[in-house]
Write a protein that binds this ligand. Structure first.
Ligand SMILES: Nc1ncnc2c1ncn2[C@@H]1O[C@H](COP(=O)(O)OP(=O)(O)OP(=O)(O)O)[C@@H](O)[C@H]1O
Ligand SMILES: [Mg+2]
Length: 266
């Protein structure tokens, strides 16, 4: 079915009004602009259908929607893990297709559902990204990134295979933060974690947003999680952004598929 343009237009209005209400000059700035982003599968079916959305700087944007609606594909298009068409994704106003892809991925870090650490110690993992660019992190710098990910100094020497999944996810976060990204893309980062590890990650994300103005785009299946930490929520259905709402306005969603999804999820 063709996307409802009116829903998309309306969605953008919602997003802009969230910006204005923030009342802070920095929050009004748009970090990512996504314009008419489309993706078809090899067999010609629609995966992303003219997605139009603005991601405000220094905010947490939650992406929710039914399985197969295109959430991961959308997220991956923001750092070219999936290559979007030219002229559809802009970071600070620049088309990401025109940027050096490694520079883009340093600026736009990504964390997946399950952490995949490299062989070696936690410190080796944290040093990995900067080392690729010829920079050796000092011990103090490694401790700083561990601290940002809510890991104390005792983790420095631990081997990658002696960590719980929750700890490993925080090491993966520290490793991503060592690249000093401006944006974090998170694809269900806590779905494999227990409630305490989940809360640790959520509080780290809030701290990053508030202290360093990190822009965070997070796919989550947990509506409650989105309501706890997101500033704005995009509802993706069949490859279209059908609603953009504040987390406490989810019950006001109008799109029928979105409503059904929200009712079943709550
Ligand atoms: N590499 C691929 N080749 C062909 N089709 C794909 C590919 N990756 C994803 N798709 C299709 O694109 C659609 C969107 O997939 P995507 O993984 O983005 O959904 P999702 O919303 O993240 O789902 P989930 O909640 O299950 O993770 C699905 O119909 C999927 O089958
Ligand atoms: Mg997915």
């Amino acid at each position: 079915m063709a996307p409802s343009l009116s829903f998309q237009e309306e969605s953008r209005e919602h997003l802009l009004s969230v910006d204005e209400e923030a009342g802070d000059g920095d929050h009004r700035e748009v970090k990512f602009e996504v314009r008419d982003l489309v993706k078809e599968s090899l067999t010609g079916s629609t995966i992303l259908d003219k997605v139009n959305v603005d991601i405000p700087r220094a905010s947490i944007v939650g992406i929710i929607g039914p399985s197969g609606s295109g959430k991961s594909t959308f997220l991956r298009s923001l750092n070219r893990l999936w290559e979007p068409p030219v002229g559809s994704v802009f970071l600070d106003g620049q088309d990401i297709c025109q940027m050096d892809v490694l520079t883009l991925r340093r600026r736009v870090g990504m964390l997946f559902q399950l952490p995949a650490l490299f062989e070696g110690t936690v410190a080796d993992n944290v040093r990995y990204g900067p080392q690729l660019r010829g920079k050796k992190l000092s011990d103090q710098e490694v401790y700083k990134f561990l601290g940002l990910a809510d890991l104390d100094a005792s983790f420095y020497d631990k081997n990658h295979n002696e960590l719980s999944i929750g700890q490993a996810q925080r090491v993966a976060l520290a490793r991503t933060l060592a690249n000093e990204p401006e944006v974090l893309l998170l694809d269900e980062p806590t779905s494999a974690l227990d409630p305490i590890s989940t809360q640790n990650i959520e509080s780290v994300l809030l701290k990053l947003k508030n202290s360093v103005g990190m822009t965070i785009v997070m796919v989550s299946h947990s509506i409650k999680q989105i309501q706890r930490i997101a500033d704005v929520v995009c509802l993706l259905v069949n490859g279209s952004v059908v609603e953009v709402l504040k987390p406490d306005q989810l019950s006001e969603a109008k799109h029928p598929m979105a409503l059904t999804f929200l009712q079943l999820s709550s």
